[in-house]
Design a protein around this ligand. Structure first.
Ligand code: NDP
Length: 495
């Protein structure tokens, strides 16, 4: 029996106002594994109303310490359900269980971190001058809307949800149509942890209907979205049109710079990890592997032979290293970009096809793919593919490496592989990216700011930045001066 998930509004799972549902597919088998409520503006209005009521009635009056206690309990409950949640995410996203266990296992860290901030955040007294006491309060924004993608469904939701709740906001989530059900499960766990009904609501549905309605709703103070850059531009203009706040975590095309002095075995392992984890469907995918000329052939050969050995298989099998892409749309997009690369004159040296052996021929599988002979003007070098496709490009020296790395509309992640500590910092300091790894990739922590330069986004997740972004200030200026004040003293009085 396929389970039907409702929206989670005001503590109850309820059907869509229209009564409609949509299917959730397992991309490895193409079986329908769940039905989810197909939300529209009516459902969003109901969720925003529940959220506003919860905010006004009790949530806005909770103390940081009370919210910290709930977040801590939430972290404990999630930690006790990692296996179930990871398995659920594997089934709906196709990402190998090995990856999802590692990822979901980190999620409690975010709630624990923001529990710490909720009870330690201090307000400031501004140095206004001796005759004044100016205290600056930090207040929640009210109802906030979180719009999330399918590639790291619970992790990305958590990066937004933990600071939003810690700062005292109530929340309406619109998860991706491809991975809507774990968001509903998480909201159930929040109720179990003791969060009052209405504090966390989930409306499932499609971007142009439920997502747009949330972005356009005048009662939603902020929209925090992770998604593609075109989606981010469209949603930011809707929210901007009503002067709402936004945080936008958008696309990327991360460069991986490998210098000849790097530990090359580690650099190759790191570049493969960068390029192919989540079947390449990550915003910081190592999509442009830049290699110093003197070691280019050696590194390319190693990348190709190791990419060809990556084990595709059943995502629930712990031995599987790569699952299918999430959807027919992502598979078609990947295949289209491989054709574009070939037409542009790039050389395919690994992958470039769907596996034909059963049972992989059934799902949206695609072999890890590597192009060489790639020129910086080519679309496969410049545009986000969001599939298991990467390019290897040689550079002559540090200047050229930095120029190639920065020659991109995106600026989210970047990595530098070198054993020369001076070069590592010198290069890191010139990369136009919000996150730079040295001799690593993909590492993330709740304390570490995450977000993009240029077309990769606006605002930051993680750390204090994300917390402050979920607050607004009220500056209370108290006059302490006993001397009477009358600006117009002495002017003629009218009776
Ligand atoms: P999309 O941009 O397709 O969708 C993101 C979310 O926005 C989904 O919930 C989607 O709904 C919703 N949406 C789509 N259109 C609208 C609209 N008009 N109004 C409101 N909401 C809308 O991204 P994907 O889900 O395909 O995710 C992949 C993208 O996310 C990549 O570009 C990737 O780089 C980026 N990303 C960025 C990260 C970062 O930290 N910067 C991290 C991870 C991914 P639905 O899908 O249900 O239709």
């Amino acid at each position: 029996m396929v389970r039907t998930y409702g929206h989670l509004i005001d503590g109850e799972q309820i059907a869509a106002a229209s009564g409609k549902t949509f299917p959730v597919e397992n991309p490895a088998t193409l079986e329908v594994v769940a039905e989810a409520a197909d939300g529209d503006a009516n459902d969003v209005a109901r969720a925003v109303e529940a959220s506003q009521t919860a905010f006004d009635r009790y949530w806005r009056r909770t103390t940081g310490r009370e919210r910290a206690a709930l977040l801590t309990r939430f972290a404990e409950i999630i930690a006790s359900r990692v296996d179930q949640l990871a398995q659920h995410e594997t089934i709906i996203t196709g990402r190998p269980i090995r990856e999802m266990r590692a990822q979901v296992g980190r999620i409690p860290d975010w709630y624990a971190y923001y529990a710490g901030i909720a009870q330690t955040a201090q307000e400031v007294v501004a140095p206004f001058g001796p005759q004044y006491l100016n205290y600056v309060q930090r207040l929640p924004l009210g109802v906030v809307g979180l719009i999330t993608p399918w590639n790291h469904p619970l992790l990305i939701l958590t990066k937004k949800l933990a600071p939003a709740l810690a700062a005292g906001n109530t929340v309406v989530v619109k998860p991706s149509e491809f991975a809507p059900t774990t968001a509903v499960e998480l909201a159930q766990l929040a109720l179990e942890a003791g969060f009052p009904p209405g504090v966390l609501n989930v409306v499932t549905g499609y971007g142009p209907s439920a997502g747009h309605a949330l972005a356009a709703h005048p009662g939603v103070a902020k929209i925090d979205l992770t998604g593609g850059t075109p989606t981010g531009k469209a949603v930011a203009s809707v929210v901007g049109g009503r002067l709402g706040k936004v945080t936008m975590e958008l696309g990327g095309k991360a460069p991986v710079l490998i210098f000849a002095d790097a530990d090359l075995d580690q650099a190759v392992a790191g570049a493969l990890f960068a390029a192919f984890i989540a079947a390449g469907q990550t915003c910081v995918q190592g999509a442009r592997i830049l290699v110093e000329k003197t070691v280019y052939d050696q590194v390319t050969d190693a990348l190709v032979s190791r990419a060809n050995a990556i084990r595709l298989g059943d995502p629930l099998d712990p031995a599987t290293q790569m699952g299918p892409l999430v959807s027919q749309r992502q598979l078609a997009r990947t295949e289209q970009y491989v054709q574009i690369g070939l037409a542009e004159g790039a050389r395919l040296v690994a992958g470039g096809y769907r596996p034909k052996e059963p049972p992989l021929d059934r799902g949206y599988y695609y072999r890890p793919t590597i192009f060489t002979d790639v020129k910086p003007h080519m679309r496969i070098f410049r545009e986000e593919i969001f599939g298991p496709v990467t390019c290897v490009v040689p550079f002559a020296d540090e200047e050229e490496a930095i120029r190639l790395a920065n020659d991109c509309e995106y600026g989210l992640g970047a990595a530098v592989w070198t054993q020369d500590v001076k070069r590592a910092h010198r290069v890191a300091q010139r990369l136009e990216a919000g996150v730079v790894w040295v001799n690593d990739h993909h590492r993330i922590d709740p304390s570490s700011p995450w977000g993009g330069w240029k077309a990769s986004g606006i605002g930051r997740e993680n750390g204090w930045d994300a917390y402050w972004d979920y607050t607004q200030t009220r500056s209370v200026i108290v006059n302490l001066d006993p001397t009477p004040f009358d600006w117009y003293a002495g002017s003629e009085r009218y009776s």
